[in-house]
Design a protein around this ligand. Structure first.
Ligand SMILES: *[C@@H]1O[C@H](CO)[C@@H](O)[C@H](O)[C@H]1NC(C)=O
Length: 297
């Protein structure tokens, strides 16, 4: 779970002590956001809060009240909307196969399982967790919002002092590049952004020791990740009666044997979403919804 939430990218603006500039003017951010998709906006609250900032937090489009004088900004930014990983795609196919293999619903009616079985699963192996165009847009808009909220820090003279650190994951590196391209738009409206390598502040620097500490920090690995005692409650939750109840309900709704859902598939959800104990079809819908224009039945 830590892994799922830990792939991040940090953007830091170096201390700007000289910039005890005047009060921040609160700019209108509405213009930074594209027209929102009404279907997506209605569904948003039911999905995770990851990355779809403008959908889950409508306050973003309001004028913020900023009364202090910022001298430095350190942001820990998650990568933008991405495709499922190869492992997730494999499990989605497994689920899809399970739904297609089961008989038609009782009374020959069109039930939810049948609708999901007919729904094309459009993921290819190459997609393996890569950033989608929506994810690039997330990052560009985030950069524009930050630059508008902190005009003194993001002044043209400070551009060369911006430092971006990222993990080596392609989606994070790509998110960093999109963030810088968003800033470029802020400084040079209308001009196409150059390659990030040619930008003044340089490309995002890869630092896995910092950004993927969960792979490198010996203390974390021995005391937490490989320690069954420390993770006792996680296991208890995954195998507990509440989870079994949910699986039973999902199995009943989809009309598949609960054991088929249990076979390796249940861990899939838990690993991916600790906050939402969701059904697999829900996950299927969520990913399709997040990464493409496809809407679930
Ligand atoms: C494992 O976790 C438990 C509970 O948090 C802790 O008391 C114990 O010291 C940990 N073991 C190791 C080897 O770090």
């Amino acid at each position: 779970m830590l892994r799922a939430s830990g792939r991040r990218l940090g953007a830091a603006v170096a201390p700007a002590v000289a910039l005890v500039a005047g009060m921040l003017s609160s700019l209108v951010c509405c213009s930074l956001l594209g027209p929102s998709d009404p279907v997506a906006s209605v569904l948003s609250p039911y999905f995770g809060t990851k990355t779809r900032y403008e959908d889950v937090n409508p306050r973003l489009v309001l004028d913020p009240e900023v009364t202090c004088t910022p001298v430095q900004l350190v942001a820990l930014i998650r990568h933008g909307t991405r495709y499922p990983t190869a492992k997730q795609i494999r499990k989605l196919r497994q689920l899809h196969g399970l739904l297609q293999a089961r008989g038609r619903g009782s009374a020959g009616g069109r039930d939810l399982g049948a609708a999901l079985a007919d729904w094309p699963l459009g993921y290819a192996d190459w997609m393996d967790g890569q950033l989608v165009e929506k994810g690039r847009q997330d990052m560009r808009q985030l950069a524009l919002r930050l630059a508008s909220l902190f005009p003194a820090l993001f002044s043209r003279e400070n551009y060369g002092r911006l430092r971006l650190l990222t993990s080596s994951k392609h989606r994070c590196v790509d998110s960093g590049a999109a963030f810088l391209q968003g800033l470029w738009q802020h400084y040079h409206p209308g001009l196409p952004p150059p390659d990030v390598a040619d930008m003044e502040c340089g490309p995002p620097r890869i630092n896995d020791k910092l950004m993927r500490f969960f792979d490198h920090c010996e203390k974390f690995l021995t005391e937490v990740e490989r320690n069954a005692t420390a993770l006792y409650h996680v296991e208890a939750f995954k195998t507990g009666p509440e989870m079994q109840n949910i699986l039973k309900k999902v199995a009943a709704t989809l009309q598949v044997p609960v054991n088929d859902l249990n076979a390796g598939l249940n861990r899939f959800l838990l690993q991916s979403f600790s906050s939402l104990v969701m059904q697999r079809p829900f996950y299927h819908c969520f990913l399709s919804w997040a990464t493409s224009k496809t809407r679930s039945p």
